[in-house]
Write a protein that binds this ligand. Structure first.
Ligand code: CA
Length: 411
């Protein structure tokens, strides 16, 4: 089993948390002390004021805000369900997202071409990030981030981190980029079409349409340009690929593989690694930097030679499965097909359409799982476990093609 980033069970929600060193257990008081919270906020206000945040901005954003202590559980919660990489990619890079992404490439072709000229990042990659982060602006999150970040700035073990994020959020409000009530996102503070944390937003957001506001909530060109700026500043190599799928020789020894182990194309070539068509790895421009051989599910699954640009995408979210979702979706948007080598499983993952179908079948069987929204959360997983138990299968709460086929057949 490959290492699975801890936040992948909720795609495009608190994904960025995969890169955040989390503490073990929060020292959460059972109930909030309102005086203590007010004192904490007053301290932050003094800091924010020194950094140019006015009293009016502070009050506009934080008046009447109460601590949301339930967040502390989320901060420390370990997912009860580990997502295999094939499930993660099956829902993030499905036919629906490829079609939607191609429509977005056409709809925003003008700004995307200009963004590509200005930042040197190709349109397919920029749109792929947008599609994974917020489903092209459709899933921005439902939670006001300022109360969340204020809570985490005053409670729990990541206070200094979230204090910085709160001050950054206040600066965004002060600049007039986005109104506080429009800062909707994940509980952990990422918001907008690109799901930037406030500090990232302050550093890298771009006013692309030139209206004076860097609006990554309502303005698509601003959001796309900001994504390109993030990748550009992260060291994107214009014109270089992210990598490509390769073929391994029979009995390949996985020693020395992994994203951090760089070697030359010639070295991988000498170990028997070839392009899918059997041709030499270095059949075009040879990168000046080392490249890595990525085996996300071990030597029996798909294998990839990855260049510097893969690391740049990894920098957006610090998870290899995330970076592979973005880069693969970008390839699909350019007309590429699914991976050549199947994942090493006999029970492949479900697309979002298949997840909705599965949920509809669960509803028809009397499981009160709410709306068939394609998101397999705790309630859906419980229903899946119940069905697995009924069938005499291991009740692991995971749904793949086998369970879907079984429920379709009425079994
Ligand atoms: Ca703007």
């Amino acid at each position: 089993m490959p290492r699975i980033p801890r936040a992948v069970k909720r795609p495009w929600w608190p994904l960025w948390l995969a890169g955040l060193p989390l503490a073990a257990a929060a020292q959460a008081p059972a109930t909030a002390n309102p005086d203590e919270f007010a004192r904490c906020l007053a301290g932050i206000q003094a800091d924010a004021q020194r950094e140019g945040v006015s009293k009016a901005t502070f009050e506009r954003a934080l008046d009447g805000v109460r601590p949301e202590l339930s967040l502390l559980e989320l901060l420390d919660n370990q997912p009860e369900f580990r997502t295999p990489i094939w499930d993660y990619l099956a829902s993030l890079v499905d036919e629906e997202r490829v079609q939607d992404g191609r429509a977005m490439l056409a709809q925003w072709a003008g700004p995307l071409a200009e963004i590509e000229r200005r930042f040197g990042v190709d349109s397919a990659t920029v749109v792929a990030v947008w599609g994974v982060e917020s489903n092209f602006g459709r899933n921005l999150g439902r939670r006001q981030i300022i109360p969340s970040v204020a809570t985490l700035a005053c409670h729990g073990r990541r206070q200094s981190f979230f204090r910085g994020e709160l001050v950054a959020a206040l600066k965004i409000v002060q600049r007039g980029d986005v109104a506080p009530e429009q800062m909707l996102g994940s509980w952990a503070g990422a918001f907008g079409q690109t799901q930037f944390m406030p500090s990232t937003y302050l550093r890298l957001a771009v006013d692309f349409d030139g209206d004076g506001r860097r609006d990554l909530v309502n303005n698509v060109p601003d959001a796309l340009a900001s994504t390109a700026n993030f990748l550009d500043k992260g060291g994107w190599r214009t014109g270089q690929p992210w990598g490509f799928e390769v073929r391994l020789p029979e009995g390949f020894d996985a020693a020395g593989t992994g994203r951090r182990n760089k070697a030359t194309l010639a070295e991988w070539q000498s170990r028997g690694v070839r392009r899918l068509d059997g041709s030499a790895l270095a059949n075009g421009r040879v990168p000046s930097e080392g490249v890595a051989l990525l085996l996300p599910a071990g030597p029996k699954g798909p294998a990839f030679v990855v260049y510097r640009n893969f690391d740049v995408v990894f920098g957006y979210n610090a998870a290899e499965s995330y970076a592979l979702a973005i880069t693969h979706l970008a390839d699909r948007l350019r007309g590429g097909g699914p991976f050549n080598t199947p994942w090493p499983t006999d029970d492949a993952g479900l697309s979002r359409a298949e997840r909705r179908e599965l949920q509809t079948l669960l509803l028809a069987r009397g499981h009160a799982i709410g709306e068939a929204d394609g998101v397999l959360g705790t309630v859906s997983r419980a229903a899946i476990r119940a069905e697995q138990q009924r069938l005499g299968w291991a009740p692991d709460g995971r749904a793949g093609q086998k369970l879907l086929a079984r429920l379709r057949s009425g079994g």
